[in-house]
Design a protein around this ligand. Structure first.
Ligand code: HEC
Ligand code: HEC
Length: 196
C-alpha cells in the first residue's frame, strides 16, 4: 500500500470508530418508541386517576375521600405545605398506619408523611395528556428528573399506601410492581404523552 492509500484507510477507520463511539455515547437506554411509551403511560393512567391517588391530588384546596371521591368529611384545607390548616392538621387524625374503626365498617387511612399533594400536582378533572405533561414539568413536579419520578412511583410510602389502603377502600388497580414497570417503560421509550 502506498502511504497515500494507508492514510485513506487510517482516516476512514478512525472515522468509523468515532462514528460508532458517538452513537454509543449518545444512545440512551431503551429505544425511542412513542407508541410503546404512550401505551405505558395509558397503563400508568389507570393508577394515577384511581380514587386512591386522586383523592390526595385535588386541583382545589381540599382532599376528597372514598371510592366515590366525595368531599372530605370534616372539611379540611391544604394549609401551609399541604399539612392542613392550623388546628386541623392532617396528622391530627391521620397516623402513620391505617386504623380500623370498630364503630363503622371502614378504617382511618394513614401512612408516614400524610399530607396533600401541592396544587401544581392537582390531577382531578385533568386529561391523561395534561397529567403526563405536568409530571414531566420540573416547575410543577417538585423539581424531579424522570429517574426521580420512577423512584417516587416505585418507593414513595404514600404511593405504596394505595395498594394497602385499609378496610372499606379498594386498592389501586394492578400491583405496585406493574405500576413501577410501566413507569420504567414510559421513560425508557422516550417519556411521550398520550394524544389526549
Ligand atoms: C378531623 C380529622 C381529619 C383531618 C384533620 C384530616 N382528615 Fe383526612 N380523613 C379523615 C377520615 C375520618 C377519613 C376517612 C373517611 C372514610 O373513608 O370513611 C379521611 C380520609 C381522607 C382521604 C381519603 C382516602 C381515600 O382514598 O379514601 C384523604 C385523601 C385524606 N383524608 C386526606 C387528608 C389530608 C390531606 C388532610 C390534611 C389537609 C386530612 N385528610 C385531614 C379525617 C381527617
Ligand atoms: C395522602 C396523600 C397522597 C396520596 C394518597 C398520594 N399522593 Fe402523590 N403526592 C402527595 C404529596 C404530598 C406529593 C408531593 C411531595 C413529594 O413529591 O414527595 C405527591 C407527589 C407525587 C408525585 C410527584 C410528581 C408529581 O408531579 O406529581 C407523584 C408521581 C405522585 N405523587 C404519584 C402518586 C400516585 C401514583 C399515587 C397513588 C398510587 C399517589 N401519588 C397518592 C400526596 C399523595
Amino acid at each position: 500500500m502506498s502511504w497515500r492509500m494507508k492514510l485513506v484507510v487510517a482516516v476512514a477507520a478512525s472515522a468509523m470508530i468515532a462514528g460508532c463511539a458517538g452513537k454509543k455515547g449518545g444512545k440512551k437506554k431503551g429505544k425511542n418508541d412513542p407508541v410503546k411509551s404512550k401505551a405505558a403511560f395509558v397503563a400508568m393512567g389507570k393508577v394515577l386517576t384511581s380514587a386512591r391517588c386522586i383523592n390526595c391530588h385535588p386541583s382545589g384546596d381540599s382532599p376528597t375521600q372514598g371510592d366515590k371521591m366525595t368531599a372530605h368529611q370534616p372539611p379540611v384545607f391544604r394549609g401551609e405545605g399541604g399539612m392542613g390548616a392550623v388546628g386541623m392538621r392532617c396528622n391530627t387524625c391521620h397516623g402513620e398506619t391505617n386504623v380500623a374503626l370498630t364503630e363503622r365498617a371502614g378504617s382511618m387511612p394513614g401512612s408516614r408523611g400524610w399530607h396533600l399533594a401541592p396544587k401544581s400536582m392537582g390531577w382531578q378533572g385533568k386529561t391523561l395528556k395534561q397529567i403526563c405533561e405536568q409530571l414531566k414539568d420540573k416547575s410543577r413536579n417538585g423539581g424531579k428528573t424522570l429517574e426521580q419520578l420512577h423512584e417516587h412511583n416505585a418507593k414513595d410510602p404514600l404511593v405504596g399506601w394505595a395498594w394497602a389502603p385499609g378496610k372499606g377502600r379498594s386498592p389501586a388497580p394492578g400491583t405496585r410492581a406493574e405500576f413501577a414497570k410501566n413507569t420504567r417503560d414510559w421513560i425508557d421509550n422516550g417519556a411521550h404523552c398520550p394524544d389526549k
